[in-house]
Design a protein around this ligand. Structure first.
Ligand code: SF4
Ligand code: SF4
Length: 416
């Protein structure tokens, strides 16, 4: 059996001779029957971007001069509650806090930890309110500069297995799996997962994606701590960690769902092609990856199956906004449904857009041009064509971070 060692690959990287492909580049070659042979591939950089509810940030920041309060009992950042502690920081004027990406503002359930972390990384001012142990309220504003240390821990990231959802019931159903209540009568489908770009999908037996290995999380170098919560050999996911202060706000943010604000992250993981088994696993294509479709009410009973080729195909990754078609509606439905607030005041912010497709589906005046596809499903002996109306994963961001990782490896900024 042919093999390569990490040392051999690292030497090739040092000599500028390593052959590194992003998963997107490699899959294109695979699909065209032009995949380079085992000997001609050294590293594939895989990636995924999606709603990752297990995201939490551990923060330390200064809120007052020393001596103003003994310890914090409650902490709110832009109204989003964080857990005070674990360290009490007695009399120091600083606070340790754990912020959940899924925590919701006490003022607005659609705003939460994911949106807040993006704003923090963008350098925006954040309102802080502390309720102290001695009954005082301390209010201040902080920016990223006041964060002395911030670390993201994702308890359950980079899922391999997802389920797509549709709603065969009559009434609309609110869920974290759709940006707005999903209308009934099989009128739309929502899904997650980056298909054949996904790291764990390309390394099913965990040959190389293991505890202690380096990864990129939202642009910052981080590590695999181990398996994530609820991970199993059949449905693996990863627990990951990286320095929040080194992250790029483009790659993480908030995502509104039918149950309030959620958080999305982007992860890229290199797969060194050490053995022919590792190489063979990398040949997986979207059409090889099953995706069960379930009733959004109840979630667990699959109604039918599809695959990721049906989800991503050659469909558009981003919408085009045609201002001339916009009717300046009194109340813009797109502003209401856009899960990342990328569309405000009739302007589309490409840095916030997630490519979910909701705008194209909900603007009744066709001001948005985006083909997100549709899928033929066999449900209860009936063939039904269901439009794909909401993607909770973003292949464009996954590809961008995979490309960044490839360049970092080539430039010797990221050692395998
Ligand atoms: S719903 Fe469509 S047409 Fe109406 S204001 Fe929004 S983008 Fe324009
Ligand atoms: S695709 Fe449309 S609805 Fe989705 S994030 Fe982008 S602008 Fe918003």
């Amino acid at each position: 059996m042919k093999t390569k060692s990490i040392d051999q690959i690292n030497r090739k990287i040092d000599d500028g001779e390593a052959k590194i492909y992003t998963a997107e580049e490699f899959k294109k070659l695979v699909k065209n029957d032009e995949a380079p042979a085992f000997e001609d591939v050294d590293v594939i950089t895989t990636g995924t971007c999606g709603v990752m509810s297990g995201t939490a940030a551990i923060l330390n920041f200064i809120v007052s001069a020393p001596g103003e309060f003994i310890r914090a009992n409650e902490v709110y950042l832009n109204g989003v509650p964080a857990y005070a502690g674990p360290c009490p920081n007695e009399w120091l004027g600083s606070v340790d806090a754990i912020l959940h990406g899924t925590a919701h503002s006490i003022h607005d359930g659609n705003y939460g930890g994911g949106f807040l972390l993006k704003e923090l990384l963008e350098g925006k001012e954040i309102d802080v309110r502390i309720e102290t142990a001695e009954g005082k309220t301390i209010e201040n504003t902080i920016t990223m500069k006041d964060i002395t240390r911030g670390q993201i821990i994702g308890t359950r990231m980079a899922f391999k297995n997802y389920t797509a959802f549709t709603n065969p019931n009559k009434e609309a159903i609110s869920s974290i799996f759709a940006a707005v209540p999903l209308e009934g009568n099989l009128s739309g489908l929502t899904f997650s997962g980056c298909g054949d770009l996904n790291p764990l999908q390309n390394d099913i037996p965990h040959n190389v994606i293991r505890q202690g290995k380096k990864v990129l999380i939202n642009g910052a170098e981080g590590y695999i701590l181990g398996d994530g919560t609820r991970s199993s050999p059949e449905k693996p996911n990863l627990m990951l960690s990286a320095d929040l202060c080194k992250m790029d706000p483009y790659y993480l943010g908030g995502f509104k769902t039918g149950q309030g604000g959620e958080v999305y992250d982007t992860v890229a993981i290199p797969i060194p092609v050490l053995t022919e088994e590792i190489y063979n696993n990398l040949l997986v294509r979207d059409e090889d990856i099953d995706l069960p479709v379930a009733d959004i009410k109840g979630r667990h009973l699959p109604l039918t199956n599809t695959n990721y080729r049906e989800m991503w195909g050659e469909y558009d990754l981003r919408p085009q906004f045609n201002r001339l078609e916009c009717e300046n509606c009194e109340s813009c439905r797109v502003e209401e449904v856009c899960p990342t607030n990328a569309f405000k005041n009739e302007r589309l912010n490409p840095a916030y857009c997630f490519g979910c497709g909701m705008c194209a589906h909900y603007c009744k005046h066709d001001a948005f041009d985006m083909n997100t596809g549709d899928v033929d499903l066999e449900i209860d002996g009936r063939n039904v064509n269901v439009p794909i109306i909401c993607r909770q994963s973003d292949r464009l961001r996954a590809n961008k971070l995979s490309l960044k990782l490839k360049k970092m490896i080539e430039n010797k900024e990221f050692k395998l």
